[in-house]
Write a protein that binds this ligand. Structure first.
Ligand code: KIV
Length: 272
């Protein structure tokens, strides 16, 4: 078990992520969809557990997160939240549960919090600002998600790095600003060039959390089955920390250590 540090809170709250950013400390986030993996990741010291709608692909065998339902999210959120005490538990609002109107988003957000989540994540920028505001006004903390947004895989024509040209990068930055102004407490940046993610991280007051967004984000997130070598996914931004099963606890601890020491990700996992 890695040495504990004095700034490690007994329970991770939103303010600890903000404090980490302000102190220049990176923090770690992993997906989790079940009680056992959640327990292992808590033991390894992961700060944030994301009950991601990627459960639809990693657990349920669908080919995209579009198929993950609200009921799926309630089930996985309950399993994870019942298993842990220290990490912040964030649950994805499933595709179709927040796009129609803000009232529906709040209703689904309330149900996720009742299932055990402490915050919700949704995809999209300025177009979702009113929804974010309504959730925050209802007492539901919101994490944003920009760049490659998997629920829009069809509209985005597949898994592609976003924000490569100047106009797209500026638009990403504007979306991040809009989410912050609407009250989001953090923003995931997925498949974004390092330089763009670094720029957004610098001007935003709230933390950024990168996945394929280079080493300059305030936190890092990976899908745990990719991280531990279970899924066989070989994306450039992924480092396999283990070949799983007996290796799982060792893998999560190494991941945490690598993220916290900024030893991962390096330029070789990042986009120019
Ligand atoms: O659902 C998920 O796993 C996610 C991560 C890719 C950030 O949203």
């Amino acid at each position: 078990m890695p040495a504990e540090r004095s700034h490690r809170p007994a329970k991770v709250r939103l303010r600890h992520l903000q404090e980490a950013k302000e102190a220049g400390r990176t923090f770690s986030m992993l997906t989790s969809y079940d009680a056992l993996s959640a327990q292992v990741f808590e033991e390894a010291g992961i700060d944030v557990l994301l009950v991601g709608d990627s459960a639809g692909t990693t657990v349920l065998g669908y080919d995209s997160t579009v198929h993950t339902t609200h009921q799926d999210m309630l089930t996985f959120t309950g399993a994870v939240s019942r298993a842990v005490r220290r990490p912040l538990v964030v649950a994805d609002l499933a595709f179709g549960t927040y796009q129609v109107d803000a009232a529906e988003a709040v209703r689904h957000g309330v149900e996720l919090l009742r299932a055990g989540a402490e915050a919700v994540k949704l995809e999209g920028g300025a177009a979702r600002a009113d929804t974010v505001r309504a959730l925050v006004d209802a007492g539901i903390p919101v994490m944003g998600h920009l760049g490659f947004t998997p629920q829009s895989v069809n509209a985005l024509s597949g898994h592609r790095v976003q924000g490569r040209d100047h106009a797209a990068a500026d638009s990403l930055a504007e979306d991040a600003q809009a989410l912050q102004e609407a009250g989001a407490f953090a923003v995931v940046l997925e498949l974004v060039p390092s330089e763009v993610a670094g720029r957004i991280t610098e001007f935003l007051e709230i933390p950024t959390i990168g996945i394929g967004a280079g080493p300059d984000c305030d936190g890092q997130v990976l899908v745990w089955q990719d991280m531990a070598g279970l899924s066989g996914f070989e994306g450039r931004f992924v480092r396999r920390f283990a070949d799983l099963r007996g290796e799982l606890l060792r893998a999560a601890s190494d991941y945490r250590t690598a993220v916290e020491s900024r030893e991962y990700p390096t330029a070789e996992h990042s986009f120019e």
